[in-house]
Design a protein around this ligand. Structure first.
Ligand code: SF4
Length: 407
């Protein structure tokens, strides 16, 4: 098996550095924070445990020509490489030890999808069987890969992913000509079925699947992205959808006729998408709640939960001593953790604003939307526009991690 091969004299560190550059186009489950909010989002994973995975690339030599990707076949590269499974497995196990992280094995499509999938499956098999690696492995599945090869990969990986990439299928023709709905959705379906099948039979197989959507790649609104994400979660039982900021910096060969505009999707949009995603997956919101038809874009200056609350002022204020859990977690500033604390405290006392502060619940946001024992802390009337401007000025820093833990 060949390989190829980093330039003579390439050090171990240079190889890793080159791989990191090549994987910049592939976000899922990694701590590579090219986008605001991504690092925190990448840590929100399995069974509530925070972990990240170290991403490694088998090959940067792609037969596809996606306009946005540095590995595309029509882009001149300083270095091309395709590692042998054994070499990549050795690097992966070593990196896992150094960084005390899981490993994400990804790749460009070298030769063809099946050949690449075979190499990936060999790599993860060697990691397990020859090097005795017992940590987390996320392995990429190539568009259009054979179900048997997906199966072989899943036997040794904990998680599999295929990137759907665009929010509208017309986008494939525009920016990723060799990809299409079919060669992406079929492997997703196959993975979903194999996960379900194996969990039924207590078999050893990957237990989860993720995907990635590039925001801004088809001039779509956030409602389109959230609607697609919701459908994918449901249809393929996804563990996570990742969002990356579509960037197109230079005219790509092979796309002269498309006249694609130079574009760099703003990073704040990713943070808002991750927040909206968590609201739909953990807080019981629908995509229609976070991105209604008349407001299809998420707002830069205000998070999606606060924006939803301001659109639904008639249900506020919520009395914290009476509201059930589902209602409490819809209050801006009160997340899963704080809602549970409030409900626990109610068993022993009437919850007041002071008690909430003693429970370390930040009142800056939620005090506009709650009463404690029928008392407001700030005023006895709520004026939507005033609240909006206060919240916007308070929340110039966007933190997905805050949203997840604190609401
Ligand atoms: S398939 Fe497209 S995005 Fe993936 S490595 Fe190849 S050119 Fe890049």
């Amino acid at each position: 098996m060949t390989n190829l091969v980093f330039k003579n004299g390439y050090s171990y560190e240079q190889k890793i550095l080159q791989m990191r550059k090549d994987t910049a186009y592939d976000i899922g489950f990694d701590s590579d924070a090219q986008n605001a909010g991504l690092e925190a989002a990448g840590k929100i994973v399995c069974k509530g445990k925070a972990m990240t995975s170290h991403k490694l690339f088998l090959s940067n030599s792609c037969i596809f020509n996606c306009a946005y990707c540095g590995c595309r076949c029509q882009k001149e590269k300083e270095y091309s490489y395709t590692l042998s499974p054994k070499e990549l497995a050795a690097i992966a196990v070593n990196e896992a030890k150094i960084h005390k992280q899981g490993i994400f094995i990804s790749s460009a499509i070298c030769k063809n999808a099946d050949n690449t999938q075979e190499l990936i499956s060999e790599t993860v098999k060697i990691m397990r069987n020859e090097f005795g690696y017992g940590g987390f492995i996320h392995a990429k599945v190539m568009p259009g890969a054979d179900p048997e090869l997906i199966h072989k990969t899943g036997l040794y990986a904990d998680r599999l992913s295929v990137n759907i990439e665009v929010a509208k299928s017309i986008g494939y023709q525009k920016i990723a000509k060799q990809k299409n709905k079919q060669n992406i959705l079929e492997p997703m379906k196959e993975i979903c079925e194999q996960i379900q099948d194996h969990s039924k039979h207590n078999g050893t197989f990957a237990s989860s699947q993720t995907t990635q959507i590039m925001a801004g790649s088809t001039d779509e609104d956030d409602r389109t992205i959230m609607r697609l994400a919701t459908a994918l979660y449901k249809k393929f039982s996804l563990k996570r959808v990742y969002y990356s900021a579509f960037t197109y910096r230079e005219q790509a060969k092979g796309y002269e006729n498309e006249k694609l505009p130079i574009i760099s999707t703003p990073h704040w949009r990713m943070a808002r998408l991750y927040q909206a995603d968590r609201l739909t997956q953990l807080y019981g919101f629908s995509f229609d709640d976070v991105t209604p038809e008349h407001e299809p874009f998420l707002q830069k200056d205000i998070d999606p939960k606060a924006a939803w609350a301001l659109r639904n002022m008639d249900i506020f204020p919520v009395e914290v001593n009476k509201a059930d859990y589902d209602k409490l977690i819809r209050v801006p500033g009160i997340g899963i953790v704080y809602a549970k604390r409030i409900i626990e405290a109610r068993r022993y006392c009437t919850v007041t604003h002071d008690i909430m502060k003693r429970m370390k619940i930040p009142m800056g946001k939620c005090s506009y939307f709650i009463t404690c024992n029928n008392k407001f802390e700030i005023a006895d009337r709520l004026y939507k526009e005033d609240i909006k401007s206060v919240l916007a000025s308070k929340h110039t820093q966007i933190s997905i991690f805050d949203l997840l833990t604190n609401g």
